[in-house]
Design a protein around this ligand. Sequence first.
Ligand SMILES: *Cc1c(COP(=O)(O)O)cnc(C)c1O
Length: 419
Amino acid sequence: MQKNTLDYAKQLDQEDPLAHIRREFHIPKDESGKEWLYFTGNSLGLQPKTTQEYIQQELDDWAKYGVEGHFEAKNPWMPYHEFLTETMAEIVGAKPLEVVVMNTLTTNLHLLMVSFYQPTKTKYKIVIESDAFPSDRYAVQSQLKFHGFDVEEGLIEWKPREGEELLHIEDLETIIEEQGDEIALLLIGGVNYYTGQYFDIKRIAELGHAKDCMVGVDLAHGAGNIQPNLHESGVDFAAWCTYKYLNSGPGSLSGLFVHEKHAYKKDLPRFAGWWNHNKETRFNMRQPFDVMPGAEGWQLSNPPILSMAAIKASLDIFAKVGMDALREKSIKLTGYFEYLINQIGSDKIKVITPSDPQQRGCQLSVQVKDADKSLHQKLTENNVITDWREPDVIRCAPVPLYNSFEDVYRMVEILKSLL
Ligand SMILES: *Cc1c(COP(=O)(O)O)cnc(C)c1O
């Protein structure tokens, strides 16, 4: 039985085997030194205390070795991206061959569409969620235009039913049944950024593949949050940023997944640069282009090491904690949060995120009756950091790495007092 008391929240923290991990993060504070109640790890994750030393290591080695740091640095820069692959692959449930860290998210979506959006005159449409993140929508619209198609005709939206917010997989099934022959690609947010709904991506891959459509997922709100089992899901490709749940700093690089079944297709259309050319002969410089197998075969440039150092600092924490333990805490923490929110009463508030833990990550999107942005401002004045979405939704993500049950309790008490 859950209890709506501070003592009970504190007891849950005492029983939480991951409670101590919070101390490995910088928790922002107000001027008087009081910690914020930070619920926006879905937007920008907090900084691990080790990040500074990981970046300092590379600055020191650059100062010490100059260009020789590519080989002589403690963590040589030449293979630096490889140091991230194993943990990143574990986080998203992929094989190391299938994963690389490179570029930023939207850039990667485009590079992946170069390979996996190969429209013909009759099979060219792209399906997205009607509430897709704007950058993904713009990206697919521009791909349609780039290939000479009409955006209105080419873009199919998977929409909620009248008066609802969440999507039904059956409605996607209907879209694919009726228009599958004209659809080239499904690009779905694995966890929808707005509602927090986590889709059955394995089912989506099956539905798409049954009609020869490519299937990609954007895991910006999934990576480090849920366990998408990318390899097993069978999706063709995926990409995600590392500055949300993966705590790697503003604008940090993106992860990219290409399923093993495409790993050795050297003749897939793709863009090239020296970094997806065979490692062995890369520095012979005059060789004809010879693409590397796997996800590394989508790289173009030598990567920014300072940003990768921040990713390494964060991934080392993930490697230590493990996604199984993290997800287990996450389900409890968000469950407690949901319980407390629901105590406020449905006349004032409604959680639009699915109540089934298997259909959501840690984020809850809370619709507040008759609220406007001033509610968000008042929360902020009370040190509660949340994310406001017009017209009336606050998105709140208790992050199991650094949010406590006490955070959640205090946050809901403040919200209640403001309503
Ligand atoms: C955060 C987010 C982005 C941001 O893209 P960048 O290229 O990293 O700026 C894109 N898509 C989704 C779904 C996101 O949640």
